[in-house]
Design a protein around this ligand. Sequence first.
Ligand SMILES: Nc1ncnc2c1ncn2[C@@H]1O[C@H](COP(=O)(O)OP(=O)(O)OP(=O)(O)O)[C@@H](O)[C@H]1O
Ligand SMILES: O=P(O)(O)OC[C@@]1(O)O[C@H](CO)[C@@H](O)[C@@H]1O
Length: 312
Amino acid sequence: MSRKVATITLNPAYDLVGSCSALELGEVNHIQTTGLHAAGKGVNVARVLKNLGIDVTVGGFIGRDNQDGFQQLFSESGIANRFMVVPGRTRINVKLTEKSSEVTDLNFSGFNVPPQDWERFVTDSLSWLGQFDMITVSGSLPSGVSPDAFTEWMLRLRSLCSCIIFDSSREALIAGLKASPWLIKPNRRELEIWANRPLPTMSDIVNAAHELRAQGIAHVVISLGAEGALWVNNSGAWLAKPPICEVVSTVGAGDSMVAGLIYGLLMRESSEHTLRLATAVAALAVSQTSVGIGNRLELAAMMSRVNLIPFN
Ligand SMILES: Nc1ncnc2c1ncn2[C@@H]1O[C@H](COP(=O)(O)OP(=O)(O)OP(=O)(O)O)[C@@H](O)[C@H]1O
Ligand SMILES: O=P(O)(O)OC[C@@]1(O)O[C@H](CO)[C@@H](O)[C@@H]1O
């Protein structure tokens, strides 16, 4: 298998990241700014993959009026850019970390995708995505893109590429699951919404994962925040527990995990090794303001501190 990956982000964002001692609703809160990053789930995945030496192309939509930060990121980091520019502004999402490590996400709405731009995207993306070995589709749907239109596109995408990695939430998650992607990474809350029931124990989570596998999804990885992640596939089930980490920002931890999973799968590593790697990549993400792997030695050291437990 070659190592060409595309990540699609239909609704990217600039992440304005900051910290405060404790957030008070209805009050004036003073926030220490830690950064403003061109982001969105698939963009975060691409940044980490690029750090790991993978040839990555990004696509989706970005707003015409504030596209510079994205263009700069892609040209500086050598990420191939196939984003389609639409009228308006890419949204700004605010991410606040409290002293307790609690993160509050304020995800705003951004540009609207006019019907003709969606049609243009469908035709264009399906003309070039067939050349990739793995494609991730991540995040929410922008205004103007209906869940049904998204399902239809995902079904067509699946006929072009069998290795689709899908990470989304709410109505986009439900719509995308109808195309039975190859690998999904819901967090516990997203899985509970899909299952329409609480999943308090690991066994409950594994059972729900098997229900998804019965729908034709080969790999179900459930991220569990500081508790780690659980991977269920046809070879078994494993729980990976990260070491206790100092949390700077958990924003993009899930995307870092997706990038780690892709990297391990591309390298044809075992499920155990791949989950250990992905958990280490995600643990490194929480200790920094943005995503990315600065140092391979740090990654190797973190991998050795992940506790991997077969789960029967
Ligand atoms: N406090 C933490 N310490 C160590 N690892 C963490 C911590 N929080 C998250 N992680 C790692 O990051 C992974 C993804 O986190 P989480 O379950 O919060 O994903 P998510 O909800 O999809 O996040 P996001 O959408 O913000 O990227 C976890 O499976 C875990 O491996
Ligand atoms: O609103 P969506 O598309 O579901 O999520 C968007 C987002 O929260 O996801 C990334 C973290 O995973 C952030 O960079 C970004 O702001």
